[in-house]
Design a protein around this ligand. Sequence first.
Ligand SMILES: *[C@@H]1O[C@H](CO)[C@@H](O)[C@H](O)[C@H]1NC(C)=O
Ligand SMILES: *[C@@H]1O[C@H](CO)[C@@H](O)[C@H](O)[C@H]1NC(C)=O
Ligand SMILES: *[C@@H]1O[C@H](CO)[C@@H](O)[C@H](O)[C@H]1NC(C)=O
Ligand SMILES: *[C@@H]1O[C@H](CO)[C@@H](O)[C@H](O)[C@H]1NC(C)=O
Ligand SMILES: *[C@@H]1O[C@H](CO)[C@@H](O)[C@H](O)[C@H]1NC(C)=O
Ligand SMILES: *[C@@H]1O[C@H](CO)[C@@H](O)[C@H](O)[C@H]1NC(C)=O
Length: 309
Amino acid sequence: MKRLFNLLPVIVFVLGNGVSGFGSDVVPVSVKEGDLVMFKTGVKTKEQEDIKWYFKDTRIAQISGDLSHSCTDVKCEDGEEKFRDRLKLDPETGSLTITDISNTDSGLYDLKIISSTSSSDRIYNVTVNGSASKQYEMQRKSPNEGESLTLDPGETKNPNDVMTWYFNDTLIAEITRDLGKICADEQCKVRFRDRLKLNNQTGTLTIININITDSGFYKLQIIINNSHFSITSEERVKRFSVFVTAVPDSPESSSAVVGICAAVAVVLLVAVIAGLIFWCSRTNRYRQASQNDNDDNGSPLNMKDTLHP
Ligand SMILES: *[C@@H]1O[C@H](CO)[C@@H](O)[C@H](O)[C@H]1NC(C)=O
Ligand SMILES: *[C@@H]1O[C@H](CO)[C@@H](O)[C@H](O)[C@H]1NC(C)=O
Ligand SMILES: *[C@@H]1O[C@H](CO)[C@@H](O)[C@H](O)[C@H]1NC(C)=O
Ligand SMILES: *[C@@H]1O[C@H](CO)[C@@H](O)[C@H](O)[C@H]1NC(C)=O
Ligand SMILES: *[C@@H]1O[C@H](CO)[C@@H](O)[C@H](O)[C@H]1NC(C)=O
Ligand SMILES: *[C@@H]1O[C@H](CO)[C@@H](O)[C@H](O)[C@H]1NC(C)=O
């Protein structure tokens, strides 16, 4: 019985590995210049003896059973300078990341995994297809304090895409396969409380009751992701610059001020009109009166009154 338990992990490992095949899978990968691509091994390094990466038959990265033998660039093999500083090897999984893809990175990347019981081989067939447009646009938003602001990705999300929202380079929201997550860390929770709403179908982010302290840069990254690789492209980054305008008073009191002003204006207007009417009628009556006097005998009205009691 105890023996069986000891064997179990090995059996599970063999079966699990069998799915991806012992021969060599060819995984096509289409990227653009400037992209970041990560090739995933799908294994844990502590269960393997060796993980080796080759590009056009030249070894470019390796993790041996003894982790101290990991290497990530030309130190693995002479003559392969082109990847200098662009390779990153995950010590936990042996997954390989290539940053800033260039035209000459097209070709076959061979992954060899050797464990005590088996070995497997997978080939990534990388095609560099054009370049991601370098110039990016920044959408500017200037909501008033207290309003809701909606940041729209402006492109449809594929089911396997991973969307990540950042505020000033801090992760604030993430969608993986229709599963939305808001504020993984405490600082984000404190900052936004329950004011972030995420549409897990479209990736649209809404900030409700926006505060001046929410001003800054918002960034959305849309990542192609599957079990074999992920691609992060500069072309699929959306940027928003948000400047929240202060409202001097709370909306209630400012509308009250507007109301009072309007009332005062109306009162003033009424007073002016009343004054005008009064003045007009007075001058009119005076003019009429003097007209009458002229018709009689030229003497003023008050004189006439006193002369004929
Ligand atoms: C790699 O992809 C290219 C086209 O992108 C194709 O012509 C070539 O046959 C592929 N190689 C392998 C080994 O699948
Ligand atoms: C290259 O990109 C174009 C347009 O983005 C696309 O239509 C084409 O299928 C791509 N080719 C490969 C080999 O991925
Ligand atoms: C994603 O959105 C759908 C529809 O809006 C909802 O039914 C579902 O519960 C959401 N899932 C998560 C994990 O938020
Ligand atoms: C903005 O945040 C500050 C500090 O958290 C708070 O005092 C203020 O009331 C907030 N403004 C609005 C409009 O909620
Ligand atoms: C975010 O960045 C902007 C621009 O650099 C800055 O003005 C703002 O204070 C930052 N906000 C936070 C909370 O870090
Ligand atoms: C990427 O896809 C794989 C396989 O579908 C999944 O297990 C993993 O969680 C995804 N990664 C992210 C960051 O969502």
